[in-house]
Design a protein around this ligand. Structure first.
Ligand code: BDR
Ligand code: CA
Length: 313
């Protein structure tokens, strides 16, 4: 198994993503680093700890506390309408009794990037605050990680928190801009893909029938599905964060293109918008804007839709 860190703001789909990651057998989870997002940092840290206990990894996997607040000093709104007031649907899971480290999430990311230089995959399923702090503290971080896959953004489709912005990027656009201009080898798993791999009632029935090992995930997914239905959905729900974990192991779950992503950090109207600049267009059209040229230097892979391999299977 390859070394990975999951940086996450649990959150229902974050919790399911963690269980999925553990179940793939592909990964050696070196740390579970929490970040504020779906709830403020203290809430996601508590949920990360209780999930580590519920999934029986708290003896082996350290859980870290995320930054106290986003880099962006913009009004913050939590996502409890989807994830429940305590972030994990109706679950009231007991806290972990393990002695988790006092080292912050960003510091853990930095340390592991040195210990596993050139080998470490980082998967982020929340706002990019911790990753940005790591980059700001040591820009070399961006070049030591093997691969950085994150769930966030909307390249070509409407957003889910505003008409143009996806929640994780909207919640800390300045952090996203730092990370996406750092030179990090990124893959963006955005709404273009996650809104098209849907979890359907038949999938829920199968998960519910699969036995005690998936009972927690099934209860969480039922709550998530109901929340999407309450918000005008059609009885299905997206698999945002699990998809990002899936892409860490196999990019063919999405169809991706090479390019840069620029994040809108100023405008109130378009805050957190992710502007995808395909690699070719970048060469042809934008070479005359020095400011933009610098921001376009980092290129990665950007999901533009579902891929040939079916993620729901
Ligand atoms: C993202 O927002 C969060 O609420 C989910 O956990 C997911 O990471 C989807 O926009
Ligand atoms: Ca999340």
């Amino acid at each position: 198994p390859a070394p990975i860190v999951l940086d996450s703001d649990p959150g229902i789909d974050d919790a399911v993503a963690l269980q999925y990651l553990l179940g793939t057998g592909l990964w050696d989870l070196k740390a579970y680093t929490s970040v504020g997002g779906n709830l403020p940092a203290e809430g996601t840290y508590r949920n990360a700890r209780s999930l580590s206990r519920a999934l029986r990894i708290d003896a082996d996997v350290p859980v870290h506390r995320g930054a106290g607040r986003p880099l962006s000093r913009l009004p913050y709104r939590e996502a409890s309408a989807f994830h429940g007031p305590a972030g994990l649907g109706n679950e009231d899971l007991p806290d972990s009794t393990a002695a988790h480290p006092t080292e912050s999430s960003a510091r853990a990311l930095l340390r592991l990037s040195r210990e596993y230089e050139g080998e470490l995959t980082v998967c982020a399923t929340g706002p990019l605050t911790n990753v940005a702090i790591a980059v700001l503290e040591d820009p070399g971080f961006a070049h030591r990680v093997k691969k950085f896959v994150f769930m966030g953004g909307a390249a070509q489709v409407p957003g889910n928190i505003t008409p143009v912005a996806e929640f994780n990027i909207w919640a800390d656009p300045d952090a996203a801009e730092v990370v996406l201009s750092s030179g990090i080898p990124f893959t963006m798993v955005d709404l273009d893909a996650s809104h098209r791999w849907l979890f359907r009632p038949a999938d829920l029935a199968a998960l519910e029938a699969a036995g005690p090992g998936t009972a927690l995930a099934a209860r969480l997914m039922r709550t998530y599905m109901n929340a999407y239905t309450r918000h005008g959905g059609d009885g299905t729900c997206p698999l945002h964060d699990p998809l990002a974990v899936g892409v860490c192991g196999d990019e063919s779950f999405v169809t991706a293109a090479d390019g840069a992503v620029v994040v809108e950090c100023g405008s109130e109207l378009t805050r957190g918008q992710t502007v995808f600049v395909p690699a070719d267009a970048r060469r042809i059209y934008y070479s005359e804007s020095p400011a933009l040229t610098t921001r376009l230097r980092t290129t990665g892979r950007v999901a533009l839709g579902p891929g040939p391999r079916d993620f729901t299977k």
